[in-house]
Ligand binder design. Sequence first.
Ligand code: HEM
Length: 253
Amino acid sequence: EAETHITDYDFSYEGPFGAFDQMQLQRGLQVYTEVCAACHGLKYVSYRNLADEGGPGLPEDQVRAYAAQFETFDEELDDFRPATPADKFPESALPEAPDLSLMAKSRAGFHGPYGSGLNQLFKGMGGPEYVASLLTGYEEAPACAPEDFAGYYNVAFASGGFPESCIDDEGHHEVPGSWIAMPPPLLGDDVTYEDGHEASVVEEAKDVTAFMMWTAEPKMMARKQAGFTGVLFLGLLAVLLYFTNKRIWHRAK
Ligand code: HEM
C-alpha cells in the first residue's frame, strides 16, 4: 500500500446529528455540472432527485430547466430528446473516467494502523475526505521521476502508475501517492457561486465532495432520523421493562 496524504476535512453531515448543507449541495452540483461532467457520469442519479428533501432541494421548475439542458436517448423514439426530471444523468463522457454516483462511498480515506481499522472506527471510512484530498492533491512531479512519465502526480492517489526510479533498493516508494490519468480538474475560480461563497480549490473540492456524498447516500438524513427514533424508543422501552420487572417480582424480593 502506497503512502498517501489524506486531510481529515470536516463536513456538516458528520456525526449522529449531522445534516447535509443544502447550499453546499447546490454549489457542489454546480461544480459537478460545469467541471466534472465534461468527463464523468452520474448514471445512477435521476434529475428528479435534485428536488428531494434532505438533498439539494431544488424547486421543481428548476429541476425541469436543469434536465432540459441535456439530451437523452429515448429508445421508443429511437432518437435523442431533451431530458425530463424522470431521466437519469448521463454516463461518463470519457470511458476511462469512472462514474461518480457512488464514488464517495466506494473509496476509503483512512486505514490502519497496522490493518486494525481503528482509524475508520474513530474517523469514519473517509471516502469524502479521500475525494477532497485527491482534488487538492496535485503537486509538481518529484525530481526522481522521468520528465515524460505518463500522468499527473497526486499525493492522495494510491493506485496509479509509479516510476521505478522513485523506488529505493528496499522496494519502498520514495514519494507519497502516485501518477493519475485525470488532469487537475480544479484550479480555483472554476465556477462563480451564486451565493457568493469563496471558489478556492479547497472550497470547490469540499462542495463537490459533499454533493457526491449525497449522490452516494441520498437517504442519509432519513437514516439518521430513523436511527435516533429507534434509540429513543429502545431507551423508553428499557425504562418501562425495568419497572414492569420490579412490579412483577416485588413480592419475591
Ligand atoms: C478519476 C473525481 C473531473 C478524468 C476520478 C476519480 C475521482 C474523480 C474521485 C477516481 C479516483 C480513484 O480511482 O480513486 C473528479 C471530480 C471532478 C473530476 C470531482 C470535477 C471536479 C475530471 C475531468 C476529467 C476527469 C474534467 C477529464 C478531463 C478522470 C479520469 C480518471 C478520473 C481519466 C481515471 C484516473 C485514473 O484511474 O488514473 N475523478 N473528476 N475527471 N477522472 Fe475525474
